[in-house]
Ligand binder design. Structure first.
Ligand SMILES: C[S@@+](CC[C@H](N)C(=O)[O-])C[C@H]1O[C@@H](n2cnc3c(N)ncnc32)[C@H](O)[C@@H]1O
Length: 219
């Protein structure tokens, strides 16, 4: 079976040219994200793909570093940044955990359509928490494949392994509910300050790193 990087390298040329499936939902979440960003912010994006979101948000921040496991995605993102003359947007080929291990501390960490693809998703959130300063923001969007009805879930469950056999699906895809996802983010030490479903299957979450010693209030 292909490694994750090889799978996404293969997808990259097509991915860059694909239309966004729900333009209105994408614009809504971009607008929400922009409302949290400030000109002094240093942003780290995990699993940035071909850089579309990073480049749309670069004008709102001091600098943005987009990272992705696929060197091909990063190559396309770099080309787009050069074309857009976005001097404050950089791109590096790094796995999520390696990106979080860097010495530079970002003020904001973003990840869109990436966490369900990570084998150890629950481990990613504490690592993101560690990489942020107190009050730092974590902005994410994650398909919650367990939020759909039983029939659709069954179809996903059957289709994904089949697609994998033909090299059309990545090695790992997690099935979570938005509730379980939010619980994982909170358990990592974040306070969720905004959450919405856009499109319906995708949970958009904005969370703030709690101050040391602050415990989440029981629900
Ligand atoms: C579904 S695409 C999403 C791309 C972009 N964030 C977006 O919303 O359009 C998933 C991206 O995550 C990257 N990816 C997958 N596993 C990764 C990992 N372990 N570390 C970093 N990037 C990863 C893939 O290369 C791909 O670009």
């Amino acid at each position: 079976m292909k490694t994750d990087a090889a799978f996404w390298d293969g997808v990259a040329p097509k991915y860059g040219g694909q239309a966004i499936s729900d333009e209105a939902a994408y614009e809504l979440t971009l607008e929400r994200s922009a409302s949290y960003l400030a000109p002094e912010h240093r942003v780290l994006e995990l699993g940035c793909g071909t850089g579309s979101t990073a480049l749309r948000l670069a004008g709102h921040v001091r600098e943005i570093l987009g990272t992705d496991i696929s060197p091909k995605m990063v190559e396309i993102a770099r080309g787009r940044a050069a074309e857009a003359e976005a001097g404050n947007a950089r791109f590096e080929a790094l796995d999520v955990m390696a990106a979080l291990d860097r010495a530079e501390r970002p003020d904001v960490i973003m990840g869109h359509n990436i966490f369900h693809l990570i084998e150890d998703m629950p481990a990613a959130f504490p690592a993101i928490h560690d990489a942020l300063p107190e009050g730092g923001l974590f902005i994410s969007k994650t398909p919650c494949l367990k939020d759909v009805g039983a029939l659709k879930r069954l179809a996903f469950g059957a289709l994904i392994p089949l697609m994998r056999v033909f090299g059309k699906a990545p090695r790992h895809v997690s099935f979570v509910t938005s509730r379980a996802l939010e619980a994982q983010v909170e358990a990592a030490g974040f306070e969720i300050i905004e959450a919405l479903s856009a499109p319906t299957i995708s949970r958009y979450i904005v969370a703030r790193k709690r101050q040391a010693g602050m415990v989440a209030a029981p629900k």
